[in-house]
Design a protein around this ligand. Structure first.
Ligand SMILES: *Cc1c(COP(=O)(O)O)cnc(C)c1O
Length: 234
């Protein structure tokens, strides 16, 4: 086993253990929380290492980089998720390529993904990114606009909303993020009631705060640095 293989498989095993512990602390089953390995800016060979160790769920943030990796790993049955900010002009490249797009935050973007999904005759799973902290420059729909957005998206036949996603502000102490995670869960429950739909996924929690996110109901933590180390160029 190479050093990199050893490092990545050990890191992932450690995280899965911590995820299971956090879940059981919160009275949840370990199987309720999935680990999305965020491989952005790391090479396809790293994905292959974890794939060979049995991991399938990977998250990417940059469209072109993700498509290149898909091509490189085309023989593998990787479960790709798109989690990055998405420009309108790139929307057509994600439809049909990812198990889920976590970062939909406008009806314009949703409409563009829907159009491409319709052309491909597929139903694209999406999550709606909510700006729970109301931060000026951050992507994500505001809480106030969320119901209207969900209502509009319900009209798109080739999209399926499977949950909500949030990227709260960074806090040195993960406890700082807790209220935003709790808020996302509350919003999700509110939307389920309002629209009579199921929103099974809550995509929240990263390297620094995934345990707190799990305690607040996360079903998918997006962990990069703690698995792959620092991203090159950062
Ligand atoms: C990069 C990224 C992550 C992973 O962050 P880490 O702190 O490295 O775990 C999670 N979510 C999103 C949306 C990201 O862009």
């Amino acid at each position: 086993m190479s050093n990199r293989e050893k490092e990545l498989t050990e890191n992932l095993a450690e995280i899965k253990e911590e995820v299971a512990e956090a879940a059981s602390r919160a009275g949840r089953k370990p199987g309720e929380v999935e680990v999305l390995a965020v491989s952005k800016l790391h090479p396809a060979s790293d994905i292959e290492i974890l794939y060979n160790a049995g991991h399938r769920l990977f998250g990417e943030s940059y469209v072109q980089e993700a498509l290149n990796k898909m091509e490189e790993l085309s023989g593998l049955d990787v479960d790709w998720h798109f989690i990055g900010g998405l420009q309108s002009k790139k929307a057509k490249y994600v439809a049909g390529k990812f198990s889920a797009v976590h970062s939909v935050d406008s009806s314009k973007l949703a409409g563009l993904i829907n159009k491409k999904a319709a052309a491909l005759d597929v139903v694209q799973n999406i999550l709606i990114q909510v700006n729970t902290a109301g931060e000026e420059q951050k992507s994500g729909v505001s809480e106030e606009q969320l119901p209207a957005l969900i209502e509009e998206i319900t009209g798109f036949e080739n999209l399926k909303v499977i949950g909500l996603m949030a990227l709260p502000p960074f806090f040195g102490d993960p406890e700082g993020a807790r209220p935003y995670f709790a808020r996302l869960r509350m919003l999700s429950e509110g939307m389920e009631k309002l629209f009579g739909i199921k929103l099974p996924e809550l995509s929240m929690g990263m390297t620094g705060d995934f345990k707190v996110a799990i305690e607040e109901g996360s079903t998918m933590v997006r962990v990069g640095t703690k698995i792959f180390g620092r991203r090159p160029g950062y």
